[in-house]
Design a binder for this molecule. Structure first.
Ligand code: TMP
Length: 213
């Protein structure tokens, strides 16, 4: 998808994969190079969508069915795309999103039990063929990622309380999506040092955009 000078990049992966750190590092790099950068996250990124985040993530596992979670995520996503992401891309900005639609496909679809084709149909209904230009799949073994989460979080959200099998399904679903869509997705070894991960990410951006930002 050509967007002129604008770029939409999403960061995906299991819990504790270091997405947020890498978005911050890439954002600083791009801003230092003189680009407008918009950093956002999902669910969230607008005041209303942050309210959706609060009700979707907090409470007991099982508070929402997987279908209800999917609808919450797409309600928030629709508003975020309409009011933040598309306008930023229209201005020529780099948009970096901490999670996007692959999270729904993985967490509510492949790992959560909603038919992945139904998730794709809802995506088409809400957003058509709107998707990131590049998606980084930050890959880490679930037990390793969860160790990182436990070492930093005081209160775990309802996704961080799911059983190990859920995270194992999620990891393999991410790797399957990356294999199915190699032009969009790049798998990054998230167990490396933050500096090494950042180097890998920049290398992919240079290769895929054809410019050194
Ligand atoms: P995180 O931003 O700390 O990764 O937490 C967000 C949580 O929400 C994470 O466990 C994944 C989950 N999630 C979904 O289940 N579906 C979605 O569509 C999105 C965006 C997130």
């Amino acid at each position: 998808m050509s967007r002129g000078g604008a770029h939409f990049i999403s960061f995906e992966g299991g819990e504790g994969a270091g997405k947020t750190t890498q978005i911050k590092l890439l954002g600083e790099h791009l801003r230092n190079a003189g680009h407008e950068v918009v950093i956002t996250r999902e669910p969230g990124g607008t005041p209303d969508a942050e309210i959706v985040r609060d009700i979707a993530l907090n409470g007991e596992p099982g508070r929402w069915s997987a279908v209800e979670e999917m609808l919450l995520m797409y309600t928030a996503r629709s508003q975020l795309v309409r009011t933040v992401i598309r306008p930023a891309l229209d201005r020529g900005a780099w948009v970096l999103s901490d999670r996007f639609a692959d999270s729904t496909l993985v967490y509510q679809g492949y790992a959560g039990g909603v038919d992945p084709d139904d998730v794709r149909k809802l995506h088409a209904l809400v957003l058509g063929d709107f998707n990131p230009d590049i998606t980084f799949i930050m890959d880490i073994a679930p037990d390793n990622g969860m160790r990182r989460v436990h070492s930093r979080a005081e209160v775990l959200n309802q996704f961080e309380l799911r059983d190990d099998a859920f995270y194992v399904r999620a990891r393999s679903a991410y790797l399957d999506i990356a294999a199915q869509e190699p032009e969009r997705c790049a798998v990054i070894n998230a167990t490396q040092s933050p500096e090494a991960v950042a180097d890998d990410i920049l290398q992919v951006i240079i290769e895929r955009t054809g410019t050194k930002p």
